[in-house]
Design a protein around this ligand. Structure first.
Ligand SMILES: Cc1cc2nc3c(=O)[nH]c(=O)nc-3n(C[C@H](O)[C@H](O)[C@H](O)COP(=O)(O)OP(=O)(O)OC[C@H]3O[C@@H](n4cnc5c(N)ncnc54)[C@H](O)[C@@H]3O)c2cc1C
Length: 382
């Protein structure tokens, strides 16, 4: 098995690496403090084609594979998780269901704007009543003539409140299945549709510059033509979207792990104690070696899952393993990175303090660690 990147993938990774280090990293602290992304950064990402990476050129995309998207996410997360999650949620969650499950007309209508990065999509599944039990959707869509009338609230939704936010792909209950559970259907709701309002942004522990808020639907009417995929297939389609998304979250977590290594190697060489650089103490060097070990292992895990996805093989178990391992590795590495920095690790000017705050959500979003263990257990027949 060969995990060597193709020359095109490696070239692209280097371009994003350079962009992340020279354009994103110098702005990361200010964006974190302002709790807002710099539109200039998003414009440049759009110009590089990042928002269209996995979509075919005929829809305005770059025609690259999912692994290439994940490479970009990893490199961005090495310096700034908020920027990385904006790309991940916009492309991997918001736009992807339109590409995977949309009709030809829907793809032509929405994908070019999203792929160009001029517009951004949000993915509306989670509700205030719960996220892990994704099938228990309470947001309702009632058919009235040739329209859906949507009522309900989505919670913790990424990317709905930016200047370029254009639409949300949501899951709504459109009836009741024979087993009593909701019949779930995906619907595209453009921002600005009467009856669709945005809640205030949450005050979060981390991912400060990433936009997260509630979506409120109150008698919101959209044409039936905005139905994405078959009526009733919405839960399966969103779960499939999340399966892929877990590979991207694992790549994001891997980037955070690698960022911890980058910062700690620099700091441990410069910082002196007892007349030597702290890197000379094995207790410190071993912590950094363990960070590199986790970053490397996490990368192999997500490369493996992405390779199976690209090959058209079942990848759900590998995606769950990669997401679970990489997110827990990120939390551990960020904690240790703060430790290596001593008191300065607890000060927001140092990237590792931000990494520490940003890491925790990786064990929660797109399926909690407990849900990942349930999925892995199920794959073993448990
Ligand atoms: C910053 C941020 C951004 C997000 N962005 C989005 C987005 O763009 N779109 C979107 O749809 N959602 C988004 N989410 C929501 C996220 O996916 C959910 O928070 C997550 O799925 C968990 O759901 P919950 O918060 O309702 O927790 P709950 O489901 O209420 O879980 C609470 C606890 O119970 C545990 N638990 C639940 N069920 C079980 C079980 N059967 N066995 C064992 N343990 C269990 C969980 O693991 C967890 O520890 C985001 C969340 C955050 C914090």
């Amino acid at each position: 098995m060969d995990f060597t990147l193709t020359p095109e993938q490696e070239e692209f990774r280097k371009i994003v690496h350079e962009f992340a280090q020279t354009v994103v990293a110098p702005r990361a602290e200010a964006m974190d403090r302002a709790e807002e992304l710099d539109e200039e950064v998003l414009d440049q990402m759009a110009g590089m084609g990042l928002f269209g990476l996995p979509f075919p050129e005929e829809y305005g995309g770059m025609g690259a594979d999912y692994l290439t998207l994940c490479l970009a996410i990893e490199e961005l997360a090495r310096v700034d998780s908020s920027v990385a999650i904006t790309l991940e949620a916009g492309v991997g969650l918001g736009a992807m269901p339109i590409w995977r499950f949309g009709s030809e007309e829907q793809r032509r209508r929405w994908l070019p704007g999203l792929a160009s990065g001029e517009q951004l999509a949000a993915f509306g599944l989670t509700e205030p009543g719960g996220g892990s039990d994704a099938g228990a959707v309470r947001t309702r869509a009632r058919q009235d003539g040739d329209e859906w009338v949507i009522d309900g609230t989505k919670a913790f939704i990424t990317n709905a409140g930016l200047r370029r936010s254009a639409l949300a792909t949501i899951a709504a209950a459109t009836g009741t299945r024979p087993d009593g559970r909701p019949e779930v259907t995906n619907i595209v709701v453009p921002l600005g549709t009467p009856g669709f309002t945005l809640g205030r942004g949450y005050s979060k522990v981390g991912w400060h510059a990433s936009d997260t808020r509630e979506l409120v639907f109150d008698g919101c009417r959209v044409p039936l033509a905005n139905t994405l995929g078959e009526r009733g297939s919405g839960l399966a389609n969103f779960l499939r979207t999340l399966e892929e998304g877990r590979i991207a979250i694992a790549a994001l977590a891997t980037g955070l792990c690698q960022g911890c290594v980058d910062e700690c190697v620099k700091y441990a060489r410069e910082r002196h104690a007892f007349g030597r650089p702290i890197a000379a103490f094995q207790a410190v060097a071993f912590k950094i070696a363990d960070m590199e070990l986790r970053a490397h292992t996490a990368r192999l895990a997500w490369y493996h899952a992405a390779a199976k996805l690209t090959a058209g093989q079942p990848f759900a178990k590998e995606a769950a393993i990669a997401k679970l391992y990489a997110s827990e590795a990120a939390v551990t590495s960020a904690r240790e990175a703060v430790q290596v920095h001593g008191g300065y690790g607890y000060v927001n000017e140092f990237p590792v303090a931000r990494f520490y705050r940003d890491a925790k959500v990786l064990e929660i979003g797109e399926g909690t660690s407990e849900v990942m263990r349930i999925l892995i257990g199920r794959s073993l027949g448990l």
